[in-house]
Write a protein that binds this ligand. Sequence first.
Ligand code: SF4
Ligand code: SF4
Length: 211
Amino acid sequence: MQNIISGLNQAHEHVPGKKRKLIGDRGDFFLNRMQGETGVNISACYQCERCTNACPVSHFMDIKPHQAIRYVQLGWREDLLKSSTIWICLSCEMCTTYCPNEVDVAEIIHHLRNMAVHSSITPKEKSLAVFHQTFLEVLRKSGRINELRLMNAYYLKPDILHERIKNNILKEDLLLGMALLRKGRLKLFTPKFRAIKEIKKAYSQTRGEIV
Ligand code: SF4
Ligand code: SF4
């Protein structure tokens, strides 16, 4: 019980000035939708925080993994889609592995990320969001990732090149790329994956990840 109360209080620390809304106030619509679409029993979470303790990047997230699950239970969809959490998550699944109730936290965050891509909400971590989108585009086109093609496509996205020059990251990227090329870790060309048709079909069967 202490954990549940603590989880609720911590969740609210991230929403300054927001009045607590009980689950009943918002209805269970969002919770039911998420459970239906992911097949994850989100209601089973009792806020033990093991997922957050296991997460290697929770320190950088504005809504910690256990809080994200609580937000879903409360129906706080917009806060989740606006969060940095959905873009910072590495999909490493440590949270899922350590959950004693088999709540697939990684899948929930992944699902929220895809929801955010199709919402009109401006992503909090814009460059990460654009990278995510570019990665999926390249993967859909060739069925596998060629790092040079990926980075080229990424730089051509609006504002990305300018931002990387401004933040002095482009030079680091180039130096890293050259070092990897010298070590034979970067390939100039990668043939298309043979099962490209199946991959494109799988994409079209998703909820429209690619725009
Ligand atoms: S580890 Fe599982 S039960 Fe514990 S807070 Fe995270 S999702 Fe909830
Ligand atoms: S999948 Fe995401 S939320 Fe879960 S442990 Fe890894 S980085 Fe953290």
